[in-house]
Write a protein that binds this ligand. Structure first.
Ligand code: CUA
Length: 303
């Protein structure tokens, strides 16, 4: 073999080896730089169990922010199709926050835009991670795991405010805390599937405008039960067949369920007597499943 030709190949081989070695080095430096400046923030699994047992834990009884000490806070978040509970969280700046996340139904994602917080939220697991927001501002949170037809609408917000703003806004909140706004509850919990005006999505989510008021004329308990316990299976609304899952909203209070039902029946159709909290309370404790509600629907509404 020609000796010169062989040298030529060996030279190029050495250059390629050097170039790939250099690339690996650059990647390692970038990862190390990121870890040093931004920190790790890898979620740990704090507990495993059925979604029901995890959700019955105290930390998820009232999801949201809890100040646990000076510069220390806990935030619990429940992900469900298709929103985060709570949807908006206000956090004082420079506070070390321990986030607890779990899912009520399927795998969701929780990513805080413009930070390196990014967690897979898994039903049957509590994920925990710590983070300190050092700059005030509004941070968008998004679900980044495809979880169903409303996935793209699964959004939330973290508002990071100064300590003095935090104290002030908290007082404002206390003043309006007992006003239950059905329209706001609808926008936060129902609009991502049923649409902002209750028109639904043909074939995927049934319309509520007009239809809900008709249902209320046939069976008020059925409407309440479908919110308290959810609904699963095939139904026909105005000639269109739907076969989906409506999650249960039993975590809302009796007042809140009554208020959101009032909003829904006002979207159109016959006029309906306002719903009362007592009426909702009377339906609680049945322990129904979404399929039980479907069975009840067949009895009182038909298909
Ligand atoms: Cu939840 Cu995508």
């Amino acid at each position: 073999m020609d000796e010169r030709h062989h040298d030529q190949i060996a030279k190029w081989e050495r250059r390629w080896i050097a170039a790939s070695g250099l690339m690996s080095l650059v990647f390692v430096i970038l990862i190390a730089y990121n870890l040093a400046t931004e920190g790790g923030h890898i979620a740990q699994v704090a507990a495993r169990g059925t979604p029901e047992t995890l959700l019955s834990r105290e930390i998820f009884a009232e999801p949201g922010l809890r100040i646990t000490g000076p510069g220390q806070a806990q935030v619990s978040i429940v992900a469900q199709a298709f929103n985060f509970v709570p949807e908006r969280i206000r956090i004082p700046v420079d506070t070390e926050v321990t986030f607890y996340l779990t899912s009520r139904d399927v795998i969701h994602g929780w990513q805080v835009v413009n930070t390196n917080l990014n967690v897979e939220v898994i039903p049957g697991e509590i994920s925990v991670l710590r983070y300190t927001f050092t700059r005030p501002g509004t941070y968008l949170t998004v679900c980044n795991q495809y979880c169903g037809i409303g996935h793209q609408n699964m959004l939330g917000e973290i508002e990071v405010v100064s300590a003095s703003d935090f104290a002030r806004v908290d007082d404002d909140d206390a003043m309006v805390a007992d006003v239950v706004d059905g329209a706001q509850l609808y926008a936060a919990n129902c609009a991502s599937c049923h649409g902002p005006a209750g028109a639904g999505i043909a074939g995927a989510f049934p319309p509520l405008a007009g239809h809900a008021a008709e249902l209320a004329e046939q069976s008020r308990p059925y409407l309440i039960d479908s919110l308290l316990y959810g609904l699963q299976g095939q139904i026909v609304v105005r000639g269109t067949t739907y076969n989906g899952v409506m999650p249960a909203w039993g975590q809302l209070s009796d007042d809140e369920i009554a208020a959101v039902l009032d909003h829904i029946v006002e979207l159109g159709g016959p006029s309906v007597e306002p719903f009362e909290a007592d009426e909702v309370a009377a339906e609680r404790g049945k322990g129904w499943s979404p399929s039980d509600v479907l069975e009840f629907r067949r009895q009182v509404i038909g298909q």
